[in-house]
Design a protein around this ligand. Structure first.
Ligand code: FES
Ligand code: MG
Length: 572
């Protein structure tokens, strides 16, 4: 019987003599009786609670629910904090710190007497950072997400994060005042939870569920719904069993699981950030994944979850309509139903009783909201290692487009000139933004969906082709080419684009071409000066020296792979 296997935590708490004394005695200051240390599975609850990560601000209460489940199943729960990354406040971008947080998670798990882990994830980067860190240790691990906010209500209509971009345009052309902005702010985030649309947080919650790392239905239960607490309780119960079964992360995170996540992401119109984070997770656990896989696997997957920004509704509505299990049920003919999940059962077994209850929200694959959406991976001389575009959020009339480049040398240049009435630009132009990649900004911020020039918004133009080496918020939309690799900061072709160059975006043929000869590009390259990146010390210096390009997941080179739970020496 598996239970006979010696628990890792007993290398601490099971010790006799001085070492055991030190490991147990200080824990007892919390009132834990001696028998707690006698061979119960110790469950680490990895908490990203922070008042500076508003999307995760309800996590202390949620952690208590997890503990109830752990106690109930005979485990010993120990909650610990890790670096929390909030999208809204952290400058220059929470993405700069994703890898740092993953290091915190990895070492906190490995260095402590933990047999299994519950990862408490919510706001965008708190999911990949925790999964990446835990994957590099590979203990039994389960994810609980914090759940989405309830949709906001403003002036009689529902709002969510995607409206920030609509409001920004309305404000720019004077259709919305600062006073209305402040009123809308109070309506936007009216409950606990993360962004209410299919932004990156909802995408990440769906990713971990489709990877098999959560209990069924984890993704979409609203944060404010009591069933979120029940989910936490049941997650606590389950992780204790997972330790007894030795159901480690690598048994769940197989190639099949990654394929499932890619297909589900296409069906729900998930964020483009999904690509970067899934690549990084695959790198940690050691599953081969290529940028092309995202395009190939999602090619015939239609858009069947009618959630903003690609659709009309909110993430909570997905839950009421049957949740992610119902979406996966619709995809049964495509998914790897034999992928093992944290329930101990195959994905197909988990979803067998699920059904879509509302065809306004969850469509069948035969009658989808949009056909063949997925994610387009573009290549060409402008993106030798690839770039991505989300067709479901783009304009059909721009999917094949040739236009004159209007170049912004960096984000400051864009901000300074975009609303200049004399800027030589019209709706047929292609906006190009440089130096917003992993090294360039640094951290690869979500600025790729540049707001259009005021004079074009006033003309009623709401979309143009935009190209950058940056990212876009998962709540964003438009014909936006992102993640151009190699990035401008390391001398990618993007750095060499000049005003007036012609660029062709051809999504059907997956191509992104700059109409400038190789000879001319070579000549321009000779005159190109690398950016002075700065940051002579600290984490950002480490990051700049080691971060990989976006098509590789933007992880740091020395973090790829896993070290497991190698034997550690005693601390005294
Ligand atoms: Fe946290 Fe959107 S700001 S999920
Ligand atoms: Mg974001």
């Amino acid at each position: 019987m598996q239970e006979e296997k010696k628990l890792r935590s007993q290398d601490w708490f099971g010790k006799t003599g001085k070492d055991g004394f030190i490991y147990r005695a200080w824990m007892k200051n919390q009132g834990f009786p001696h028998h707690e240390f006698m061979g119960k599975p110790v469950i680490g609850i990895c908490n990203t609670w922070s008042e500076l990560t508003p999307c995760n601000a309800h996590f202390r209460e949620l952690a208590e629910c997890i503990k109830r489940g752990v106690w109930e199943a005979g485990g010993f729960p120990v909650e610990f904090p890790v670096m929390s990354l909030g999208e809204t406040l952290m400058k220059p971008t929470a993405m700069l710190y994703r890898n740092l947080a993953s290091m915190d998670v990895e070492e906190s798990i490995r260095g402590n007497p933990i047999d299994g882990v519950v990862l408490m994830c919510g706001c965008d980067k708190t999911t990949p950072s925790l999964v990446m860190g835990a994957a590099s240790v590979d203990l039994p691990s389960i994810v609980i997400s914090g759940g989405p906010m309830l949709a906001g209500h403003f002036k009689g209509r529902k709002i969510g994060t995607s409206d920030v971009w609509r409001f920004a345009e309305a404000y720019k052309v004077g259709e919305m005042s600062q006073e209305e902005f402040i009123a809308a702010e109070g309506c936007m985030a009216r409950s606990a939870g993360h962004c209410a649309v299919m932004g990156t947080a909802s995408t990440m919650a769906s990713m971990v569920e489709s990877l098999g790392l959560t209990l069924p239905d984890n993704a979409s239960i609203p944060a404010a719904d009591s069933r979120r607490k029940t989910m936490a309780h049941m997650t606590g119960r389950r992780i204790v069993e997972m330790v007894r079964e030795d159901l480690t992360m690598s048994k769940v995170l197989t190639r099949k699981a990654f394929e499932n996540a890619i297909m589900v992401n296409a069906a729900i119109g998930g964020s483009t950030n999904f690509v970067i984070h899934l690549m990084a997770i695959a790198g940690r656990i050691g599953v081969e994944l290529d940028l092309q896989d995202f395009d190939r696997l999602s090619e015939n997957i239609p858009f069947i979850a009618n959630i903003q920004p690609s659709g009309e509704h909110f993430f909570e509505d997905l839950y009421y309509a049957g949740g992610l299990p119902a979406v996966m049920k619709e995809l049964s003919n495509s998914l790897n139903l034999d992928a093992l999940t944290v329930t101990g059962q195959m994905l197909g077994e988990n979803i067998v009783l699920s059904n879509a209850h509302n065809r306004e929200i969850i469509a069948s694959v035969d009658n989808p909201f949009k056909p063949n959406t997925g994610l387009a991976v573009l290549k060409g001389n402008l993106a030798v290692n690839g770039a991505v575009l989300k067709p479901s959020a783009a304009s059909p009339h721009l999917m094949t487009h040739t236009g004159r480049a209007v170049v912004f040398e960096d984000i400051d240049d864009y901000k300074a000139r975009i609303d200049d009435p004399d800027l030589d630009i019209d709706e047929t132009c292609v906006m190009v933004l440089k130096y917003v990649g992993p090294k360039g900004y640094p951290g690869m911020p979500e600025v790729g969906n540049m707001v259009l020039p005021k004079k074009l918004l006033e003309k009623g133009i709401h979309d143009m082709v935009r190209i950058s080496d940056g990212r876009m918020s998962g709540t964003g939309f438009g014909t936006v080419v992102l993640h151009v690799s190699p990035e401008a900061a390391i001398g990618g072709t993007l750095a060499l684009v000049q005003n007036g160059d012609l660029i062709t975006l051809d999504v059907p043929n997956r191509s992104l071409h700059l109409h400038v000869s190789d000879e001319e590009l070579a000549e321009r390259k000779k005159h190109w000066q690398p950016l002075e990146l700065g940051y002579e010390r600290g984490y950002t210096n480490l990051y700049l020296n080691h971060v990989q390009q976006s098509h590789q997941g933007a992880d740091m080179d020395f973090l790829v792979g896993k070290s497991g739970t190698w034997k550690l020496r005693e601390s005294h």
